[in-house]
Design a protein around this ligand. Structure first.
Ligand SMILES: NC(=O)c1ccc[n+]([C@@H]2O[C@H](COP(=O)([O-])OP(=O)(O)OC[C@H]3O[C@@H](n4cnc5c(N)ncnc54)[C@H](O)[C@@H]3O)[C@@H](O)[C@H]2O)c1
Length: 335
């Protein structure tokens, strides 16, 4: 299979490329290497990937329409995994245009290229943040997600709607994946596990929002990668028997699918901090703060549909995951 991974210098894209390598595929990865966070980390990930003969990197922006068309014409991809995006909830409050550029304009280029170049399956990243004001737990892909609380979430929901349109109109099989708080080695510096570890090791206090009354369905990177690899093989089909009156928003007559990928159990923020303290071997000094705008207090993934589709349930809990992350962090930063 010839596969395109967008956002390959990013946390999930890099981890996916590493695992896919050696399985008989040709993997092309693109990334614009933007400076939303430390570019040396992105470059270090690419340095690791440069060791693999079946993984090839091209620096390219999703918004470069001509460049994208050339890439797709040249390679003729069987499947595309679109992970490139402007991520992060808090950053979207001050930098809305970055989200519209990458997540809407860039994403449209991906859809158009898939449509015109006969791509067999587009798998794309959505996010648990689409659940916004939803309070019914666990969060199900059958729930309504019409009340996003950040522009980031709104662009991810828009991705799902745009994918459905292309599945319906052009028979492009699409699968959306709502990732729940992904963490692990080579993770993102703007996310809690990375920031907390850095602060604890440097002897600085950590900012704990909503006075610690938060929970997240933390999902270990290897579980995410295993799920994506299996989902690539599960190509949605047209379903002429589909009835809108009986169906939920996660199915269609079009070749369209949507799944949560989460660990499947929320962890309280204070327990998460304890797991990190244990892994680091030091106590955290907590700076308790109110809730941040755009954030949601709790996330919890219903993963039954994913399990039915791929026969895999995430395995690594946060205690084990924190140990593996801290081991990587210390090794990478030599601290
Ligand atoms: N990590 C999580 O917890 C999480 C949760 C929910 C959803 N997601 C989604 O999963 C995907 C991957 O997330 P990640 O954690 O690996 O983030 P990341 O920021 O590490 O990776 C995204 C990569 O995309 C690249 N990129 C951004 N805009 C681009 C553009 N216009 N053209 C080309 N490359 C571009 C960035 O340089 C970056 O390397 C994103 O779509 C994100 O929104 C992640």
């Amino acid at each position: 299979m010839k596969l395109l991974i967008t956002g390959m210098a990013g946390f999930i894209g890099f981890s996916l490329a590493r695992q896919l390598s050696g399985r008989g595929h040709t993997i092309i990865g693109i990334d614009n290497l933007n400076d939303y966070y430390d570019v040396t980390l992105k470059q270090a990930r690419l340095n690791v990937l440069s060791e693999y003969e079946d993984v090839h990197f091209v620096r390219l922006d999703l918004c470069d329409r001509e460049g994208m068309t050339e890439l797709f014409s040249h390679h003729g991809f069987d499947s595309v995994v679109n992970l490139a995006a402007q991520a992060g909830v808090r950053y979207s409050l001050d930098n809305p245009h970055a989200y519209v550029d990458a997540n809407l304009m860039g994403y449209l280029n991906v859809l158009e290229c898939c449509r015109h170049h006969g791509v067999g399956h587009l798998v794309y990243a959505s996010s648990s943040s689409v659940y916004g004001m939803n309070e019914t737990v666990p969060f199900s892909t059958r729930d309504s997600v019409d009340h996003p609380v950040s522009l980031y979430a709104a662009t991810k929901k828009a991705n799902e709607l745009m994918a459905h349109t292309y599945s319906h109109l052009y028979d492009l099989p699409t699968t959306g994946l709502r990732f729940f708080t992904v963490y692990g080695p080579w993770g993102r510096p703007d996310m809690a596990m990375f920031m907390f570890t850095k602060s604890i090791l440097e002897g600085r206090p950590i900012d704990v929002y909503n006075h610690g009354d938060m929970s997240r369905d933390f999902t270990y990177i290897d579980d995410i990668v295993e799920s994506i690899m299996r989902i690539i093989e599960v190509v949605p089909q047209r379903d002429s028997a589909w009835q809108p009156s009986l169906a939920g928003p996660d199915s269609s007559s079009a070749p369209y699918a949507l799944y949560n990928i989460g660990h499947g159990g929320p962890v309280r923020l204070m327990d998460f901090i304890h797991a990190l303290e244990e892994a680091i071997g030091r106590r955290a000094e907590c700076n308790f703060l109110p809730m941040q705008p755009g954030d949601v207090p709790h996330t919890f993934a219903d993963t039954e549909a994913l399990y039915q589709a791929i026969g895999y349930q995430p395995r690594v809990d946060v205690w084990e995951g924190a140990k593996r992350f801290v081991a990587w962090y210390r090794d990478y930063h030599r601290v």
